[in-house]
Design a protein around this ligand. Sequence first.
Ligand SMILES: Cc1cc2nc3c(=O)[nH]c(=O)nc-3n(C[C@H](O)[C@H](O)[C@H](O)COP(=O)(O)OP(=O)(O)OC[C@H]3O[C@@H](n4cnc5c(N)ncnc54)[C@H](O)[C@@H]3O)c2cc1C
Length: 483
Amino acid sequence: MAHCQPTAIQQHRLPAHAYDDRMNLLLTINRAHGVGSTMPPTMQPPLRSLDSSPQLPSHADVVVIGGGIIGVFAAYYMARRGLSVAVVEKGRIGAEQSSRNWGWCRQQNRDARELPMATRSLELWEQFAADSGEDTGFSRCGLMYLSNDEEEIARWAKWRDFARTAGVTTHMLSGREATERGRATGRAWKGGVFSPSDGTADPGKAAPAVAAALMRLGGSVHQNCAARGIELEGGRVSGVVTEAGTIKTRTAVYAGGAWASSFCRQLGIRFPQATVRQTIVRVPPMAQQLPDALHTARVSVTRRSDGSYNLAISGRGRVDPTAQLLRFAPQFLPMFAKRWRNVFPGGLEGIRGGHESLARWGLDAPTPMERARILNPRPDAAAVKQTYERAVELLPALGHAGIANAWAGFVDSTPDGVPGIGEVWEVPGFILAAGFSGHGFGIGPGAGHLIADLVTGAEPIFDPAPYNPARFKQSAWGKVADF
Ligand SMILES: Cc1cc2nc3c(=O)[nH]c(=O)nc-3n(C[C@H](O)[C@H](O)[C@H](O)COP(=O)(O)OP(=O)(O)OC[C@H]3O[C@@H](n4cnc5c(N)ncnc54)[C@H](O)[C@@H]3O)c2cc1C
């Protein structure tokens, strides 16, 4: 069986001209803020690197395709139950959405369908650290929301009333309390929310930490190793064909994030999915004590475990026109109608990525997934500038150090904003776990645990019904998630 070479992860590197464009943008913004002498910015999020297992196995009880937070947590919980598990990842563990996000692990404002998964996940983040000794950067630091918009504050109060019925505590803040808690902003606020049991984990640490724990349990991890497709015998999964050879198995978990719809298409499975390209800016560690996790309508700020800060504008993104987007556009109209204020037409990044092509591919030649080892799309230049300026306006201390990095990620969405998790009945043995719709990092442990429950036939940790991918076969699948 061939060995997937970790050293061959060169192909995701940007062409020189694209690199220069991005670098110039960040340097120009830094100079405009008088911080031109800092270290040159970079265009990738920080991410712990991990060595792959030496040898691809010829057989495994379960093969997990995709080494993002969902795939590694699913593999970890299955390995804890004694199953032999191999994770195949076409690039690096965590290098797509799972290292590109804000790091929020929240119940606050969650849709009713996802709240049980969010609540259990917070417990599991803590449990994982205690059991494995690995550092994911998770802490229940609490999340703070501040506003001067009475309608927004009223929406939060409505959610608080609903959350109480589910046993979740969140505190509405009066104007005085919001101003006091948000004193780092130096301004008065009409109100806010503080959710003390929520928290953040570090996207640069989390997925590799879980993969490392999995390997200590005997699971194997193969980076730079794309799964090209699934082998079937009598209609059931009998193997996963990778670029380095085939692993015989009766169960394949597909946790491929933005690639899910095109991978499913090869198996005749229709999974409506669309991606939105979102941009994040990071400033280097600083001595000043700023809020750990602060959301305002104009900008949100999150402290990373090294003391640096992620800056982003909530919900803002670009939709790149692709063949897949056109195909599923009717299903996504309710979602875009709800979120149109923050979603703008994009450009060619979606086509360049190759994840939304309608192409069919064979299993005996390189696939689009081998051409795009890591989706590293161009950040939106206007968003980088606006995000940084709004953040400095909100918390002036952020202006002292300049921008360290800016990057983008494709958020993979389903039409109702709720993930698809479950066995696909057309292909027994094929478990889909994708479409996490911008929420998958925080709920990664719960989703992984649920997948392990489904695979082993254990009692599910929470009701899996809302996530059943079969719902997309019906003409109506329920309301679009609010947040
Ligand atoms: C800018 C941004 C901000 C976000 N903020 C938050 C937040 O604060 N909180 C939160 O909870 N969520 C957030 N999210 C969403 C969250 O990051 C995702 O929902 C979550 O990371 C999804 O995890 P995943 O494992 O499903 O996908 P990914 O992390 O994208 O991983 C999928 C992996 O599968 C691999 N893969 C795909 N196909 C194959 C194949 N055929 N063979 C081998 N490997 C394959 C890919 O290379 C990739 O590494 C944010 C996302 C973005 C982009």
